[in-house]
Design a protein around this ligand. Sequence first.
Ligand SMILES: Nc1ncnc2c1ncn2[C@@H]1O[C@H](COP(=O)(O)OP(=O)(O)OP(=O)(O)O)[C@@H](O)[C@H]1O
Length: 570
Amino acid sequence: MKAALSSCRRHFLSSLIFSALMNLLYIGPVLYMLQVYDRVVAGQGRLTLLFLTIIIAVVIGTLSLLELVRSRLLVRASIRLDRQLAGQLLDTTLSGRGSTGERMNKQVLREFDTLRQALTGPTILSIFDFPWSPVYVLVCFLIHPAIAALAVVGGGALLFIAWRNEKGTNAPLKQANEAANKAYVSQEQTLAGAEVIRALGMRHALVRRHLLERQTMLSLQANASFAGGHYVAISKFIRLILQSLALGLGAWLAINNQISAGAIFASSFLVGRALSPIDQLLGAWRSVVHARASYATLNDLLATREADIALTRLPPPNGHIAVEHLTHFIPGQERPILADISFAVEPGEVVAIVGPSGAGKSTLLRMLSGAARPLRGSIRFDGANVQDWDTERLAAFIGYLPQDTSLFAGTIKENIARFQNFLSEEDEAIDNAVIEAARLSGAHDMILQLPGGYNRTLGWGGRGLSAGQAQRVGLARALYGTPPLVFLDEPNAHLDAEGEVRLVATLDDLKKKKASVIIVAHRMGILGVVDKIMVMRDGRLETFGPRDEVLGRLKAIRSEEQPKAQTAEG
Ligand SMILES: Nc1ncnc2c1ncn2[C@@H]1O[C@H](COP(=O)(O)OP(=O)(O)OP(=O)(O)O)[C@@H](O)[C@H]1O
C-alpha cells in the first residue's frame, strides 16, 4: 500500500506545489482590488488600469491553467493507484489469506474506490489548501493587525469546531459506514437468490428484513449527520459573519484613516480565504474518516500478501499425495471438522471417500484442492508441502470439481479454460486444450448439441445449463490441462445413467494417464473403477484401504449390526 502511494509521490508533490502556487496567485485579485481603488480611482490612471488589468488577466489565466494541470495530475495519480492496487487487492481477497471477513471481501474494491477518490479528489485539495490559512492571516496583518486579529479569532473558532467535529462524529460515522456496507452486501445476496425467494414466498419477509437493515443504516447515518451537521452550519456561519465583520472593521479603520478604501474589500476577501480551507476540511471530514478506515483495512489485507513473493518454482507434481495429521476447526467451535487425518495416494490410483453427511468429505477435498487452508497438519504433493507452492501455479496441476459445480458468467469455453483466455493470446492452444478436456470428461458431444456450442454464454453464476450439464462442464474444467491431481466432489450427483457410464470411462482414462483421483461419492456407480476407499465419520478417517478389503469390512460390520437391530426390535 505504502509502495503504491509512494509511486504517486511525484503526482501528490506536484499537486501540493501547484496548490501553493495557486494560493499565492489568489493574492493577485486582492492586490488588483487595492490598486484599482487606491491608485486608479484616486488618480484617474487609465493606463495604469489597463496595465493592471492585463496583469490580473495573466494571473487568473495562470491560476486556471494550474488548476487544470493539478486536476489532471490527480486523475493520473488515481489511474496509477488503481493500476497498482486494484489487481493486488482483488487477488489477495481471492487468495483467501486476508482475514477481513465475507462482508469486506465483497466490498474490497468499493472501499478502495472510496480511498482513491479521497486521495485524488476535493478532499485532498482541501488538505493541501489548509496550510495556507496562516499565510492569508499574514497578508491580513500587512493590511492592519486588527484585521489579522479578526482572522485569527475566526480561524481559532473554526479549528475548535473542527476538533469538536472530529471528536463527535468519528464514531457515529464509522458505525454508519459499517451499517451501510452490511445492508448493501445483504441486499446483493438476496437479489442473487431472487428465484428461490419468489418460489418459496420469501419476498415480503426479505423486503421487510432489508427495510429493517436500511432503517438501521439510515438512523445511524442520520445520527452522524446530526452530530456533524450543526458543526458544519456553525462553521459556515462563522466564516460568513467574519467576512462581513471584516468588511465592517475595514470600513471603520478606513473612516479612522488607518487603511485605504480599497483595503476594506481586500480585508473581507482575505479573511474569507483564510477561513475557507478550515471550513472546506470540515465539510470533507466525512470522507476523511471513511478514507482513513478504508486505508487501515486495505493495508491489513495487503499485509497478508507478502508470503507469495519469493516462492521457488517447483517442478510439476507426478501425483504423489501425502496427507499428515490434517486438522481443521471452525473458529468458535470445539469439535474439529477434520481431525488428525493422514493417508497417502500414489499416481494412477482412484480413491473414493464415503461417509455420512457432515463427515467432512467436502472439507477434506477443499483442503486438498487448495480451495481452503487447514489450520494444522500438512498436504504434500511429490514431497513438497503445498504451503511452499505458489498457489496459482499449483492450481494448474490440480483439477477440482466442487459440490455445487460453481460455473461463472461467460462462455462454456471460457469456463472450461478457467478464463485463461484473459491471460494468454494463444487462442488456438486454449481451444485445443478445452476440447481435449471436454472429450476426456465426456462432455464434448453434449456441448456440441447445445445452441452456440462452446460459445454458449452462461449467465450470472453459470446459469443456462441443467444441473447435469453444468456438472459435466465443471468436470471438463477440472480436467483442463490434464492435471495429475484430480479432486471431484460428488461428480455423479446430477448425472443420468449414461453420464455415469461416461464418468467411469473418464476415471479409467485418468488412471491410464497416471493421475491421482480422489472422489467424494454418495452414489456407488463408480465403485468398479475405484482402487481404494476411505470411510470418514465425524471429521475422522475411519477406514482406508484397498476397495474390496474395505467393502468386505463394511459388509461384515453391517451384517453384525443387522441381527443386533433385529434383536432390539424383537
Ligand atoms: N464454512 C463452514 N462453517 C461452519 N461449519 C462448516 C463450514 N463448512 C463445513 N462446516 C461443517 O463441517 C462439517 C463437515 O462438512 P462437509 O461439507 O465437509 O461434510 P460432507 O461430509 O461433505 O457432507 P455431505 O455429504 O452432506 O456433503 C459439517 O458439520 C459442517 O456443518
